[in-house]
Ligand binder design. Structure first.
Ligand code: PLP
Length: 388
């Protein structure tokens, strides 16, 4: 829901653009802090969800760590001022250059995704006369019941070390001198709305942690990744995501050992609701069953619908007319450049402003300049609303 003042300001700006509600973001961060600190849990922000400097700075100021999946994300986290000992570095294909960035930054942990990666990190740390702190990303074979492109914790997925490799893993870890095992890492998928998935994860973690301890590999921490989903259909609903229930579930079902820390890597649930994509209608075109509303934003700004058939609430924020049905599409030369088919919107005409809601996560950060389009700008509520 936007205020009259906001819509007035939007009308003055070149579209498309991302609009970030910084006050909303701070409220979310406050809530996450409150609920996680009840149990002493440590939260890292998954930078892949949105690596915009201003938003990262706000998140860093709340004391969260960073979860990175590339060398450049590690560098960016350091530049923004995240504490290097709160930087976790995951990724199934870390290059030598990226590993060196992690070693040079003395990060909290490399979340290692294969036995070969552990050997490479050991070798590179040895060359620098260092011992690298690592966690093993385990593939727990837990079904996240989300879109298959954002399911990561099944044996068929490329991520993490599978249980049938544990014997070899233990042999390797006992042999290598330049890596130190600190913990276990898990991440089973994204946009998970059924909390039972996290209960399944907790039960698997309990079993896997026992195997490590029985093999004389005590663990300082467990990292359960991110994945908490948001309500894309009701962007103005105050109560979602339910951080309280989320953290309480881990408290109830995950058996931490004495002195062990529990880490989280939340991305989408932190930032999705703080951002909207604001676009303008270029043309209304008659289709066979419905009309096309052709926007000036497309899959180059927000690829989620084309990539994962993702749903975003789409609103005409200029019109006060009756409801009509539209296929809302972008201008890109691809049929998949469709935000939604047969959606109800107030009667729409050329020049109307359209808000594609809950676009803060995996939106701007996945933008491309395909078709040689310009990258969309970002505006922030605290700046936009204080100018005349
Ligand atoms: C290793 C890892 N941690 C955390 C996240 C963040 O997930 P989400 O944005 O669903 O919270 C991801 C996202 O895919 C990930 O791959």
């Amino acid at each position: 829901m936007f205020s009259k003042k906001e819509i007035g300001k939007f009308n003055e700006l070149e579209t498309p653009f991302f609009y970030y509600n910084t006050a909303g973001l701070k409220n979310t961060l406050k809530k996450i802090k409150l609920e996680s600190e009840k149990y002493g849990y440590i939260v890292h922000y998954a930078m892949k969800a949105n690596a915009n400097d201003k938003l990262l700075s706000i998140i860093k100021d709340f004391g969260f760590g960073a979860d990175c999946v590339s060398g450049n994300e590690v560098k960016k986290a350091v530049d923004i001022g995240f504490n290097n000992k709160k930087i976790a570095f995951a990724g199934v294909g870390k290059s030598d250059k990226e590993i060196n960035i992690g070693l040079g930054t003395n990060i909290f942990t490399f979340n290692c995704e294969s036995l070969q990666e552990i050997e490479v990190i050991n070798e590179m740390a040895e060359k620098k006369a260092m011992v690298a702190d690592i966690a093993i990303r385990i593939n727990p074979n837990v079904n996240a019941h989300t879109h298959h492109y954002i399911t990561t914790g099944l044996e068929e997925n490329k991520f993490g070390v599978n249980s049938w490799e544990f014997e070899k893993l233990f042999e390797l870890l006992s042999k290598l001198k330049n890596v130190r095992l600190l913990g276990l890492h898990f991440h089973v998928g994204s946009q998970i709305t059924d909390l039972k998935v996290f209960k399944d994860l907790c039960l698997r973690v309990n079993g896997i942690q026992k195997i490590f301890i029985d093999n004389d590999f005590p663990l300082e921490h467990i990292n359960v990744g991110g994945g908490l989903g948001v309500d894309y259909e009701h962007p103005d609903n105050e109560d979602f995501p339910d951080f309280e229930a989320f953290f309480a579930l881990f408290h109830n079902f995950l058996e931490l050992k004495q002195g062990q820390d529990l880490h989280f890597e939340l991305g989408r649930s932190v930032i999705a609701r703080a951002g909207d994509l604001i676009s303008r209608v270029l043309y209304i075109k008659k289709g066979i069953k419905t009309n096309f509303a052709v926007l000036d934003a497309g899959m180059t700004e927000l690829i989620r619908p084309a990539l994962y058939q993702a749903i975003h609430k789409i609103e005409n924020i200029s019109s006060n007319e009756g409801i009509e049905f539209y296929d809302v599409v972008g201008p890109i030369c691809e049929s998949s450049d469709t935000f939604a088919k047969n959606v109800q919107m107030k009667e729409t005409k050329r020049g109307d402003l359209i808000a594609i809601r809950t676009a803060g996560a995996y939106g701007q950060v996945m933008a491309s300049n395909y078709n040689l389009r310009d990258f969309a700008k970002a505006y922030y509520s605290d700046e936009l609303l204080t100018t005349d």
